[in-house]
Each structure stands twice: as C-alpha cells, then as structure tokens.
Design a protein around this ligand. Structure first.
Ligand SMILES: CC(=O)[C@@H](O)[C@H](O)COP(=O)(O)O
Ligand SMILES: NCC(=O)COP(=O)(O)O
Length: 253
C-alpha cells in the first residue's frame, strides 16, 4: 500500500429516500441503509436535502445525525445551496462537513460548480459562519485550476471536484485529457492548502482510474451508481466493492 492517505468513501443516500417517498410505508429505510453501509466499512454518509424534498427530507437529516452519534469515526456530510435551506441544517446539527453546491431550487441534478468570480464575496460570510460552528466547508467546483486560489481566499477548507465530465469521458479517447484537467485542479487546490473531495456519477467502473490519476483525494461521495448497484448486490457487497476499488488505486504499482 502506498504511503498516500487513503480516500474515504461517503455514501450518498438520496436515492434510497427517492424510492421510499413513492409510498407511505417508510421503506426502504434511509437509516437502515446508512447502518448497513457503515457496518460494511463506509467512512461517511452524505445527503443532499433539496428544498423540494424530492428525496431526502428534513426528518431524514435529523435521524441520520442521531444515528451517526453511534458511529464516532464516521463523518456526516450535508450538501446544498447555502442561500436556500442548507444553513438551517448546518446551524441546527453542525455536521462534520457541509458541501456548498450552486444548484437552483428545482434543478434536475447538480451539474456545475461555483463561479467564484461572481460568488466569492457573498460566500465568505457563509463559510466563516459554518467554520465558526466547527463545520468543515467544501465547495463544489468544476476542475479549473485557476479558481482554486479564489476558493482559498473565500475561506473554505476543501473543494469537491464535480466529476460528471470525467464520467462522461471515461472509456473514450478524451479520458486522458479530461483526467489531466482534474489532476491539475486537484494539485492547484492542494497547493492552496485546500483538501480535495470528489463526486457525481462516480461508479465501480470509473473510480479506481480517477483516484490513480488525481492526487490527494480525501473523500469521494457516491450515490446514484452506488444505490443502483446495491439494488443488485446489496449494501454490504456494494460498499466492500467500492472500498476495494479505492484500495486498488493505492496498491503498489
Ligand atoms: C452535489 C452532487 O453532485 C450530488 O451530491 C447531488 O447530491 C446529486 O443530487 P441528486 O441525488 O438530487 O441528483
Ligand atoms: N457529491 C456527490 C454525491 O454525493 C453523489 O453524487 P452521485 O454519485 O449521486 O452522482
């Protein structure tokens, strides 16, 4: 195993809640999904409580916060737009990490990072408030190296690289060039003293090559593919498969 710090797996449970919400029966259970993934070795849980509550609802966030008290080594990451409902959860629950995402209220899914030229000034007090509450702050970002000093100057602790463009390029001739942009953005973030997270459309097929190419990834948050695969393999086997994919990136070459 290389000396590089191992990337943590944070399982995003949005899609468990999405299925749960289609009946008034409370199943599949979000908290049971979290328990099974944590038992299998996942290092964290992520949720994105969108304002329209299409999937994760406020009670899910509170129930997961309570559940995670029994898992002191696991982290709770709450994602959202800080100018919508995210800060209410940050102030009430003080999760280990909040990830600020520039989504509109009705957006189909997250599909871009912050424009720091346009938003750094209004983000700074939000970031300072969350950090004063003891919450690590990560900004959802496109892989643009030149933006990383602006993230640092805004006071954030980490970035989360938005990885859908990589997922789309995976397995195509464009993969190597796209990966270079992620590696350069990650290195620029590290050079600014920022931590590096990554997420969106990562899966068992594309994760290892991403982590082998992109330096210093502290955490990957994975949901849609993970839950899709868990429907077939189960939570335990799926968690173990992702942990093995992460280990594969750090195995001696
Ligand atoms: C920010 C991001 O890329 C994802 O974490 C996001 O949570 C996906 O949201 P949906 O699950 O609503 O597509
Ligand atoms: N921040 C990314 C995340 O939490 C899950 O994204 P996805 O795997 O559902 O695309």
């Amino acid at each position: 195993m290389s000396s590089a710090a191992r990337t943590a797996l944070s399982v995003n449970l949005n899609k468990v809640a999405l299925v749960r919400n289609t009946r008034h029966l409370g199943i599949p259970s979000v908290t049971r999904a979290a328990t099974l993934c944590l038992r299998a070795g996942a290092q964290g849980i992520t949720v994105h409580p969108r304002p329209d509550e299409r999937h994760i609802r406020a009670h899910d966030v509170r129930e997961l916060h309570e559940l995670l008290k029994a898992w002191p080594r696991a982290e709770f990451n709450i994602e959202g737009n800080p100018f919508h409902n995210l800060m209410d959860f940050v102030r009430e629950l003080r999760p280990h990490q909040c990830t600020l995402v520039p989504d509109s209220e009705g957006q189909f899914t997250s599909d871009h990072g912050w424009d720091m030229q346009a938003n750094a000034t209004r983000l700074n007090p939000i970031i300072e408030e969350a950090r004063a509450l003891g919450v690590r702050v990560s900004l959802f970002m496109d892989p643009v190296a030149a933006a990383m000093p602006l993230v640092r100057d805004a006071g954030a602790d980490r970035i989360e690289l938005y990885t859908e463009p990589y997922a789309k390029a995976f397995g195509t001739p464009a993969q190597a060039e796209v990966l270079r942009s992620y590696a350069q953005a990650a290195q620029a973030a590290l050079d600014c003293g920022l931590g590096v997270n990554a997420g969106h459309d990562l899966n068992q097929a594309n994760l290892t090559e991403f982590l082998m190419a992109v330096p210093g990834v502290s955490e990957v948050s994975i949901g849609h593919a993970f839950i899709s695969e868990a429907l077939e393999q189960g939570y335990e086997a799926t968690t173990q498969a992702y942990l093995a994919s992460i280990d594969g990136a750090f195995a001696p070459s």
